[in-house]
Design a protein. Structure first.
Length: 138
């Protein structure tokens, strides 16, 4: 007869069912806004102002990821910090410029451990302040 000892039985039980638990879905904290700017503002200027503001914020606060990970000039898209990924700490931004409409759509994601909100609403307002000043400059 086959004899199982308690430790062996425990190991088999844990190995067969211990990893079957499913994790609940987490929502990454996100804030969004649309800025209205002068129509026909060049996308290059929008991107330059975004880079300047991100560099300033990155110097002041380590939460800001100012490394551009996507730049699509024809579609007016700029992203930092691998924006689409969920499991990333800190602030990262998705910016989309529509020159004909004179608008810039902003989305800021900012999660910490366990998807804790790092203050995305306040972070977006902080980004907007310096970004808008740069865009308004001649």
């Amino acid at each position: 007869m086959f004899k199982l000892r308690l430790p062996t039985l425990l190991m088999i039980t844990l190995a067969s069912g211990g990893c079957a638990m499913s994790e609940p879905a987490h929502a990454v904290p996100e804030a969004a806004a649309t800025l209205h700017i002068a129509p026909q503002t060049p996308t290059s200027k929008v991107f330059e102002c975004a880079r300047q503001r991100l560099a300033q914020l990155g110097e002041d606060d380590a939460l800001w990821d100012h490394k551009v990970t996507r730049e699509d000039v024809p579609h007016g898209v700029l992203e930092t910090g691998n924006f689409p990924e969920d499991n990333i700490s800190g602030f990262r931004i998705h910016l989309q410029h529509d020159p004909a409409a004179g608008s810039v759509s902003l989305r800021l994601r900012g999660a910490g451990a366990y998807f804790v909100d790092q203050g995305v609403e306040a972070g977006l307002k902080t980004f907007e302040e310096g970004f808008s000043r740069c865009l308004a400059a001649p």
